[in-house]
Design a protein around this ligand. Structure first.
Ligand code: SF4
Length: 740
């Protein structure tokens, strides 16, 4: 397909055929020509292009200004020919490559608009925030311009998703499809955390060292070894059998234990192969976790990229906060201590071995003392307790960990192989020493609270019959960190999701993500919500804010009536486990003929399969079911929102965020709690209509939606459909509701 000159210019084209006189002069200079050649060969492409192409000023599409300016002096450069890259309007048009390659493809103006706006942002190095309603086909709308960007600018682009489902859709469906239909070649690679890969060296070493004594464990090792000979990826999730996590931990890749170039399995190494694929890729696909872990590591994990697109970006703030913070837990320390003292012969000299054993025993004692003090103080209270006091817990756990780390590191450095390099066992010990240092730093940060913009809390969870505590330090304001890292170092960052706006505005998301100056685009859904959905509001129920018990009692009864009217095919979404458990008991007891499933009863995928296959099923879920769940068709015909999803203000992070806003003189309810709840409500409501043939009811049992002064903000954030307070209309609206 051939693009027009104007189109080339719009996409940032450049030509080198007409040389200016100074360039021609340089051409005759042999020394300079040689220098050019060396420069071209040895300069990484991204640096090379940034040196020869002056950044294009922000401009309107298709105008004279949109040409890219060249800097002299290089003459013999092979540049991408923009005529190889069709215009986006052609790709997404009637008879374009997408329509020709995809059965049942429907041309959607919103999809084309999104692709064009992203193309513009990429051409002008602009950060952009997009709300793209369900059903516009946003993954193709961003993948195509990102691929063209990667090919023409010779820089990688990365797409990061929150859910595995979307990651799989991109790598197993959308990108292979585009590779088939686009008239030029491109490469993509899935980026997974290194612990997802089998390490051949650890696999063989674990057997040699006799790490597995139990018969079942040995059988599992044999299965993994057999699989290692036929798998192409070495990725745990690709195995055709379920791998025991305990065994996997002994044989997976651990970045700090990798022998690197000295590894005898290096050429067959699955992770190395994936690294090569990544470095040859135009498009990288990762999840938010790996994306932010890479940022936290100073970009040491992923290959460099010029553009980043985060899909499902309404989750980005929380994931970033988690991965840019630190955790100190008993489990992590215990794991290392077990490794060091579990009877394995690392080949240390006897004096070092004895000193390490004694130091490990002291460390265990001090760490246990610390956690006993944490449990004594907070164990009977709520699961997460904010800690505001510096050095609240005294003791010498940190010093003991540091001493142990030093001993292990010193011992590791003495352990050499036949070539005089640090031996395999030495490498492993060095990794444990590094982890101990990190743990000590995390503990120190928590105790000393040395980061002023962080929030600190103790988290207590049951583990069997005991309680386990972890200590967290988390950045309060990720916007500043992202500005200093991601936005500063990336040409263009694009955040998108179906839920980025509140009350017709991007202000909340832009502020939370630090994208105040980013461009905006809002695209509605192509679905006809007026015909496809009905919003039922239980306006007669008491407000949960006034009398929660009374609200809960009546809301349970109403839930039963709605489930019966819909004849099943219903999701009931809660914000608390307590209410979910209560509802499950009540509904099983009082509503006959329906099948009530609850989150946690079986694996998530199995729960969803059971729900899809049983027309009479009702699924009760909390937070993770508000998003990333796709049940098209009649199987899901009603979504009940039990209560407006305000974040509980006594969780440390929410409490601290609210406090910070108050300190800044802002109304935290208006600036944080309402927008946050509106985004989550939109996500929950978004579960219902997944295709243009779906039809169903959204039932909100919280009367504040229509009775409170802020209710209109929620209503304005929802798709425009008819509102009713008459429960009779529910079964009338769902034609295939069986009713019980
Ligand atoms: S190179 Fe590293 S990850 Fe690969 S097999 Fe060797 S030790 Fe394992």
């Amino acid at each position: 397909m051939v693009s027009s000159a104007a189109g080339d210019a719009a996409a940032g084209s450049f030509e080198l055929s007409c040389l200016t006189p100074p360039q021609a002069a340089i051409k005759n200079n042999v020394t300079k020509a040689m220098f050019e050649l060396i420069f071209i060969i040895f300069t990484p492409p991204h640096i090379f292009w940034s040196l020869i192409i002056t950044k294009t000023p922000k401009k309107k599409r298709g105008t004279e200004e949109s040409q890219t300016f060249l800097r002299p002096p290089f003459s013999a450069i092979i540049v991408p020919n923009m005529k190889d890259y069709p215009e986006l309007t052609e790709i997404f048009s009637d008879g374009g490559v997408i329509e020709s390659g995809m059965a049942n493809y429907e041309l959607r103006r919103e999809q084309q608009d999104m692709a064009l706006r992203i193309e513009e942002a990429l051409a002008t190095n602009e950060h952009l925030i997009i709300e793209a309603g369900t059903g516009i086909g946003k993954s193709l709308a961003y993948l195509v311009p990102l691929i063209i960007y990667a090919k023409t600018k010779r820089k990688r682009a990365i797409v990061a998703t929150y859910t595995k489902t979307l990651q799989e859709q991109l790598t197993k469906k959308d990108l292979p499809f585009l590779r088939e239909v686009l008239p030029f070649k491109f490469n993509f690679a899935l980026c997974l955390g290194s612990a997802n890969y089998l390490c051949l060296r650890r696999l063989h070493k674990s057997r040699q060292l006799g790490l597995f004594k139990d018969e079942d464990d040995i059988r599992e090792w044999d299965n993994i070894a057999r699989w290692s000979r036929k798998t192409e990826t070495g990725v745990k999730l690709d195995a055709d059998f379920e791998i025991d996590q305990k065994i996997w931990m002994e044989v997976c890749r651990e970045s700090d234990m990798c022998a690197g170039r000295k590894c005898p399995y290096g050429s067959a190494c699955f992770y190395n192969r994936s690294k090569t694929e990544r470095s040859n890729a135009d498009i990288l696909v990762s999840n938010h976790h790996l994306f932010f872990t890479d940022i936290a590591s100073g970009n040491k994990i992923l290959p460099p990229y010029g553009a980043a697109l985060l899909d499902e970006a309404h989750n980005a703030e929380d994931v970033a906060a988690e991965f840019l913070g630190a955790e100190f837990s008993y489990g992590n320390i215990r794991y290392i201590l077990t490794r060091l003292t579990g009877g394995r012969d690392f080949g240390m000299d006897p004096d070092s071995a004895e000193a390490i054993l004694k130091s490990a025993a002291r460390t265990e004692m001090h760490v246990k003392e610390l956690f006993r003090a944490v449990l004594a103080r907070f164990g009977r209270e709520k699961t997460q307790t904010r800690v505001r006091e510096k050095n609240l817990f005294k003791g010498t756990a940190g010093a003991a960990i540091e001493e142990l780390s030093g001993l292990v590191r010193a011992s590791a450095s003495k352990m050499k192989d036949e070539n005089g390099d640090v031996s395999d066992e030495g490498c492993e010990l060095r990794a444990y020493a590094g982890r101990l240092s990190e743990a000590k730093n995390a503990l120190e940060l928590f105790l000393e609270q040395s980061e002023p913009d962080f929030v600190y809390w103790a988290d207590i969870k049951p583990a069997g019959r005991r309680l386990r505590a972890s200590l967290y330090s988390c950045p309060l304001d990720i916007s500043r960190i992202l500005r200093q890292t991601l936005y500063k170092n990336t040409d263009s960052v694009i955040m998108t999701s179906a839920t980025m706006c509140v009350n017709d505005s991007f202000e909340y998301m832009k502020e939370r993500l630090g994208m105040v100056n980013a461009g905006e685009l809002r695209l509605g859904s192509p679905f006809d919500y007026k015909k496809q959905a009905l919003l039922y509001v239980a306006g007669d129920l008491p407000s949960p804010a006034a009398d929660f018990e009374e609200f809960e009692r009546k809301a349970l009864e109403r839930t039963g009536s709605i489930c019966a009217a819909a004849g099943g095919g219903t999701f009931v979404l809660f914000t608390s486990w307590k209410s979910l458990e209560k509802a499950h008991e009540y509904l099983k007891e009082n509503v006959k003929g329906l099948n009530f499933l609850k989150q946690g009863q079986m694996k998530r995928w199995k729960l969803l399969e059971t729900f899809k296959n049983k027309s009479s099923a009702v699924l009760l879920g909390t937070n993770s079911f508000w998003q990333g769940v796709d049940v098209p068709g009649e199987a899901l015909r009603c979504v009940i929102i039990f209560k407006l999803p305000f974040a509980v203000p006594d969780t440390p992070l929410t409490e601290a965020r609210i406090e910070k806003l108050k300190e800044e003189g802002k109304n935290a309810f208006a600036h944080y709690q309402i927008p946050q709840a509106a985004i989550m409500l939109k996500q929950g409501v978004g579960r219902l209509i997944r295709t243009k043939n779906d039809r169903g009811v959204i039932a909100v049992l919280d009367p504040r939606l229509i009775l409170s002064s802020y209710g209109k903000i929620f209503l304005r954030s929802l798709p425009g459909c008819a509102i009713s307070q008459d429960i009779e209309e529910i079964s009338a609206f769902i034609p295939f509701a069986g009713g019980v």
